[in-house]
Design a binder for this molecule. Structure first.
Ligand code: PDD
Length: 263
C-alpha cells in the first residue's frame, strides 16, 4: 500500500497522525473511496465534491483545498503500478491521508449469479456524509458478513422504508421499469452513473419502498465504487424474481461495463 500523509509519501510502518487529532479522538473526519479502471481514476472531481459536501454536513473546516487534494491523489497514484487501484482519502481539520492499494475485483460469479443480502434496522446520523464516525455502517456490514451474505440493506426501524446498503445504493425493477431510493441516503457516485446511463433509455424513477415490497420486486441490484453493479438475488432468505440476475440489471451492467472498461 502506498500511503501519503499530509502530502508526503510515508512508509506503512511509520505513517501516523497525532493521537490528539479529532479524527482519532472523535472520528471527526470525512472520507472517500475512489477507484481506477485501467489506471484512469473514475469521476475524481465528483468524489472530491462529495468529500466537501460531507465536510460541510458535519461542519468540518479543513485547511486542505480541493486543488491540493486532487494533486496529492494524482501524485500518490503515480507512485503505484496498479492497473486497478483502490484509493482512500481521509480528510480532517488538519490532516489528509491518501492510501493507494491494488483493487481485488469481486469474483465473476457475483456478477453472473448475483449476491445475497440481509435487512438491518437502524438510522445513520448524517446520511449525506461519509464520516469516520459511522460505526453503524460497520456493524451492519459485520452483521451481513456473519450471516454469510454480501450486503446489509438498511431499513428505517419505524416505517420499514429501505434506505441504502451499508456500503452501497439500492435499485429495483418492476415491470422493466427502474427505481431508486433517494431519501436519507448517501448519493453514490456509481448510483449517479447508473441514473445517467438509464436516462439514455428509460429514465429511473425515485420512490420510497418498504422492505417487504423490495423483496417482491422483479429485480434488485446494488451499486458501489469498488464493484460497480451487483445483482441481488436473495434478501432475508426470500428469492428475488427468478432468483437470477434479471434483464434490466444485465442491461445496466453491460452499459456500465462499456463506460468504465470500454468493452
Ligand atoms: N461506500 N451508501 C453508503 C452508506 C456507502 O458507504 C457507499 C460507498 C455508497 C455507494 O457510493 P459510491 O457509489 O460512491 O461508492 C452508498 C464506499 C465504497 C466505502 O465506504 O468505502
Amino acid at each position: 500500500m502506498i500511503i501519503n500523509v499530509d502530502g508526503k509519501i510515508t512508509d506503512e510502518t511509520k505513517a501516523c497522525i497525532p493521537v490528539v487529532s479529532e479524527a482519532f479522538l472523535y472520528g471527526f473526519a470525512v472520507f472517500e473511496t475512489v477507484r481506477t479502471y485501467n489506471k484512469k481514476i473514475f469521476r475524481l472531481d465528483d468524489h472530491l465534491a462529495r468529500l466537501f459536501v460531507s465536510a460541510d454536513v458535519i461542519g468540518l473546516k479543513s485547511k486542505w483545498t480541493f486543488k491540493k487534494i486532487y494533486q496529492i491523489i494524482v501524485d500518490t497514484l503515480a507512485e503505484s503500478k496498479y492497473k486497478n487501484a483502490k484509493i482512500r482519502i481521509i480528510l480532517s481539520k488538519k490532516h489528509l491521508v491518501v492510501t493507494v492499494e491494488s483493487l481485488k475485483e469481486k469474483p465473476e460469479s457475483f456478477y453472473k449469479k448475483g449476491v445475497k443480502a440481509i435487512s438491518y434496522q437502524g438510522r445513520r446520523n448524517s446520511p449525506r456524509a461519509k464520516t469516520l464516525a459511522d460505526s453503524f455502517l460497520y456493524l451492519a456490514h459485520q452483521h451481513a458478513k456473519s450471516c454469510g451474505v454480501y450486503e446489509a440493506i438498511l431499513v428505517d426501524p419505524r416505517k420499514f422504508y429501505v434506505r441504502e446498503g451499508s456500503y452501497s445504493n439500492i435499485f429495483w425493477v418492476n415491470g422493466r421499469h427502474l427505481y431508486a431510493t433517494n431519501k436519507n441516503i448517501l448519493f453514490g457516485i456509481t448510483r449517479d452513473t447508473v441514473i445517467e446511463l438509464a436516462q439514455l433509455d428509460s429514465p429511473c424513477d425515485f420512490e420510497g419502498i418498504k422492505i417487504k415490497s423490495l423483496m417482491s420486486a422483479d429485480e434488485v441490484f446494488i451499486t458501489q465504487t469498488t464493484s460497480g453493479i451487483l445483482p441481488v438475488v436473495q434478501i432475508d432468505g426470500h428469492k428475488i424474481g427468478t432468483g437470477k440476475p434479471g434483464p434490466v440489471t444485465k442491461k445496466m451492467m453491460k452499459a456500465f461495463d462499456k463506460l468504465v472498461w470500454g468493452k
